[in-house]
Design a protein around this ligand. Structure first.
Ligand code: EPU
Length: 337
């Protein structure tokens, strides 16, 4: 086990924030993970996955464990379906590409989402009508305190919109080491209901799309709206879309009949935070090197040398302005550290 001191985390977070870790270990086996947890039982630790959903606002005066477990294995297979066990450190999009090449369906709508497989369950990643929970079977995790392995079934995970047990009661207690996902080998259940996907497929003249076509459409849509973290630091959507009660929604709608919305249930409505932020005048605005993306107001960006603190301040300013204008609280999706 190799420990590095005073290590810059700039390459390990997609916002490209240059903070330092007091000490840093790259974990490439469950044994190394358990050894690190045993040897440094009393030290404060930070678990780092793909670094795509965090905003680092100061140096981390702790031991950083970078989860770098790799490998994909078939656990079960039939004519119709396959269950794969994917190690936590596998890059999510590379995993999607592996599935597309093998002809496995279920994750094509989740193409190009930054981050790693092991962190996907934490926020139940989702895009274009599909969420991780739709293909999730279970995940394996190590409890930090006891170093015991524990299996979390889909029910255990308590998945919600960008939410799971790992953001709530289990937060900070477990390290996910692998995820089991069930995918289809034929009769794929394609999800093309999302307007932008339908438009993109129609543009290409695809009336009977396959999983590759959907992935291509999703990639085209994402590339047209969302900045590539390797070119412009960002963490995808910075805020969640707020979910409001039917009563609050009615009041909002009376004042803003033009606003887009989704009906979650008869009693709950989701309002796109990107629309609220755009109406508040922030879209494309830049404050030093911290900014709001010009094509998608939900995404905050680092033009180069922004500090995490500057991006946090911008986020708080946006939150306040949206609250003042619309009376709606927008909650960050990104974890601020
Ligand atoms: N909108 C605006 N202005 C903007 C951005 C959006 O008016 O600057 C409006 C759009 O016109 C549209 C509505 O808001 O009517 C929804 O926009 P979009 O379809 O782009 O989706 P979103 O609600 O902004 C969510 C997810 C994305 C995911 C897309 C597609 C959240 C927080 N974000 O964005 O997820 O890719 O739907 O499913 O739920 C992420 O989590 O990092 C992420 C990118």
């Amino acid at each position: 086990m190799q420990i590095e001191s005073n290590k810059s985390l700039k390459e390990f977070n997609t916002f490209n924030i240059d903070v330092k870790a007091k000490s840093f270990v790259s974990v490439n086996s469950v044994e190394t993970l358990k050894e690190a947890l045993r040897n440094y039982a009393t030290e404060d630790k930070f678990i780092l996955g793909g670094g795509s959903n965090i905003l680092l606002t100061s140096d981390l005066d702790v031991l950083v464990l970078h989860i770098n477990l790799r490998g994909i294995k078939i656990l079960e297979e039939s004519e119709e379906e396959v269950v794969l066990e994917v190690q936590a450190g596998e890059n999510w999009h590379e995993f999607v590409c592996y599935c597309l090449e093998a002809g496995y369906g279920g994750v094509e709508n989740l193409s190009l989402i930054p981050g790693n497989v092991g962190t996907a369950p934490i926020q139940n990643i989702g895009a274009y009508g599909v969420e991780l929970k739709d293909v999730f079977v279970r995940c394996e995790a190590i409890e930090i305190k006891t170093r015991q392995q524990r299996t979390f079934t889909k029910t255990d995970c308590k998945f919600g919109y960008r939410d799971s047990i790992f953001k709530n009661e289990a937060k900070g207690h477990y390290i996910i080491t692998s995820v089991a996902l069930k995918l289809t080998k034929k009769n794929h259940k394609l999800s093309t209901s999302y307007g932008a996907i339908r438009d993109e497929l129609a543009k290409e003249g695809k009336t009977q799309p396959g999983i590759q076509d959907i992935s291509r459409a999703v990639i085209a849509i994402r590339k047209s709206k969302l900045p590539d973290p390797s070119e412009l630091g960002n963490s995808g959507s910075f805020f969640k879309n707020p979910v409001v009660s039917a009563e609050e929604f009615q009041q909002f709608r009376n004042k803003h009949p033009e606003a887009p919305y989704y009906e979650v249930s008869a009693t709950e409505f989701k309002i796109p935070a990107g629309w609220l932020i755009e109406q508040a005048g922030f879209k494309g605005q830049r404050f030093g090197d911290a900014g709001v993306h010009e094509k998608q107001a939900l995404v905050l960006v680092n033009y180069g040398e922004a500090t995490g603190e500057q991006i946090r301040e911008l986020a708080m300013t946006i939150q306040q302005k949206v609250r003042d204008l619309f009376g709606i609280y927008i909650e960050p999706e990104v974890t601020i550290i």
